[in-house]
Design a protein around this ligand. Sequence first.
Ligand code: DAS
Length: 366
Amino acid sequence: MSLVAAAIAVAGFAGAPSLALAQDASAVAAAAAKAATAKPNVVVLATGGTIAGAGASAANSATYTAAKVPVDKLLAGLPELAGVANVKGEQVFQIASESFTNDNLLSLAKRVSQLVKQPDVDGIVVTHGTDTLAETAYFLSLTVHTDKPIAVVGSMRPGTALSADGALNLLNAVSVAASKDARGKGVLITMADQIQSARDTNKDINIETNAFQSQWGSLGMVVEGKNYWFRAPVKRHTMQSEFDIDSITNLPSVEIVYAYGNVQPTAVNALVGAGAKAIIHAGTGNGSVADRMVKPLQDARAKGVFIVRSSRVPYGFVLRNAEQPDDKYDWVVAHDMRPEKARILTMLALTKGADTKELQRMFWEY
Ligand code: DAS
């Protein structure tokens, strides 16, 4: 139905309109068209996850299949979006995010980079599984050169469940992506009404809707379409980043070793043998390394494999030369980066041929 016909239908006029009515209707149509052009243009790139999930019944809030609902259905199920922005959807992937690969990261980031260059695109939303959402969001923050808002969003419950969180999360994400005051703040994670920095936000709770937390706190909140800001990021991102997805075609093998009581060097030796270019050591405490692990890691370093000391402890940050003589061993510390995010930054650093000194600088700056 055309806008004019719709206007007439809404006005309750039946049959052929008089000239006056037709003029009213065309004025309504013109106003509607003007309003549409006045609204920001947001592209929603869908990759799968719970936000696209479906369960067998409304009582299934935790038992469901992820990555089922296509983006057009997601958007059609949220008519409130029309009041926020002109929204277009693209189905980039349809996968549960635990299955994301480096190739998925590269192709998604390249698509985002293409779209943000378009003058008719004002903001981007990426819908994503929550399991690796924070890694993807950080990767985008490090590699996409734009100050346009990019909001990454997921949900902890499928849309079929009672008190599903996906619809409001998606509405909020589009609202933030459409906001001028969200420009220049780096890639954002918008879950449970929070606006958080991709850099230091992680999935800290695996069964609650407020799953995403940052030890440094949210940047702000989005409530009924309005953003309330309380702080801004101080680390480099997007426009200030030295990494550019448009010039990256491959990501090197950077792997993670998790420390625990009785840990053995088996994994380290296997990863070095498999050609890892760097190993992120997710140590205990402040990035501690078991005495029996020091030599295997030194041997790896001697073979040219970078060693980055991170921690399995979620909050705080690893001090350089505290638990281990990093200067002497030529190792790097991951600062406050979780192991899986330290891996993202290290992969990108190695695409630039960074040495240990450069890699450590990047951990202080990003
Ligand atoms: N399997 C999870 C994922 O795709 C589901 C989710 O929480 O989004 O990350």
